[in-house]
Design a protein around this ligand. Sequence first.
Ligand SMILES: Nc1nc2c(ncn2[C@@H]2O[C@H](COP(=O)(O)OP(=O)(O)OP(=O)(O)O)[C@@H](O)[C@H]2O)c(=O)[nH]1
Ligand SMILES: [Mg+2]
Length: 431
Amino acid sequence: MYNDIYETAPKPERFLLAAAEDPRSNVTAEQSLDELAELLETAGGEECGRIIQRRETPDPGTYLGEGKLEELRNALALTGADGVITDDELSPAQLRNMADILKTKVLDRTLLILDIFSQRATTREGQLQVELADLSYRLTRLTGLGRSLSQQGGTIGRMHSRGAGETRLELDRRAIRSRMDALRRQLAEIEKNRDTMRSQRVRNRVPHAALVGYTNAGKSTIFNRITGAGVLEEDKLFATLDTTTRRIRLPGGREILLSDTVGFIRKLPHMLVEAFHATLEEVRYADILVIVVDASDDKASAELAVTRETLRGLGASGKPVLLLYNKQDLVTDPDNVILFPGTRERILKISALRESDLVTVQEEIERILKEQEIEYTVLIPYADGRIGQFLRENARVLSEEYNENGTVMQICSDASVRDRVRKYLWKVEQE
Ligand SMILES: Nc1nc2c(ncn2[C@@H]2O[C@H](COP(=O)(O)OP(=O)(O)OP(=O)(O)O)[C@@H](O)[C@H]2O)c(=O)[nH]1
Ligand SMILES: [Mg+2]
């Protein structure tokens, strides 16, 4: 009788993990599959074995070669797994063929990440972004996914939290396209509102620092400890999907905006990068990037590389960077992790759990901001009085004199304000 009660707890779906190991990659297939297993756990599933094939490029038709597929089929029978997840994104043909050959549910890393994002997106914008990315993935894979997902029960890969997964697969291509258009329009609307907010910020000239980095590095923990906000921090991949921004006062008295952002990951599906571009605009407009690295992770250096690459893709490289080697309390052998800081990057070894370290972080942000400030002189013709007003509101005016041509002002500000008054620069005037 009690059995009924116990049986109501859903058993996690079990999957075999499969990877084609690229010998040129800077992480091993084992490490990459460890991460895939963590992703699977976050999605509510469980690994029951792995199969790795060493080959430079996956088989274009079936991802793994014939022999390995045979091995996989035996392992499926042996373990009673609910399906297979591949470490790379599968092409439509690979997905279809693998599902046909293995006669089981076949998922790839991308679908798993999409699944997690769809379970975890909380804001309206996040949900729209995930749905858009999900539809663009499915659009080209209707047949393959139909065959793959019809094989077994279970929920992973079906976008269960949205409740629309089943029907969505049946939508025809035209319906999907028009839904995608509608989603893009709604996202553009939200983006427009954010632009307005952002230009107000520029006017208020509050400097903006963004915490960025690999998923699970400790960004939200640092953010919460500094701001007192209650952003979810968890030992799971992709705990954070939405950008949160708070205004804080640094120890020296200066106010800044601090943002917590979605974590990056290797092989982040490109449709997600695209969908999240708007959210990550906060990163593009930031004055300082605070890159957080989990220094206790043996993949730290590869993860830092992914972070830099993603930042480049977002058009956010070239900003002042503060590099935080976090989780020092867990680092047992400091020589074990070799990280390569970029030139002119400040580095701090910290633990988010140590209060004093977080004060140091804020002092360092303050110092960097101060360095960014530049002094220059402008000559503003009397007819352009509003420019003088703009500078009085948005910069520090060191001196102000009047001559026959206009007002000569000595200014201290950051580069963005100076750029806006570029045509009045005294030097330019002289040349
Ligand atoms: N021991 C230790 N644990 C830490 C430290 N910083 C963060 N953590 C833990 O690491 C895990 C991930 O932290 P989060 O702050 O959620 O990481 P995140 O970078 O925001 O991750 P995503 O939102 O997934 O991108 C949590 O379990 C934290 O408690 C640290 O300095 N030391
Ligand atoms: Mg987070």
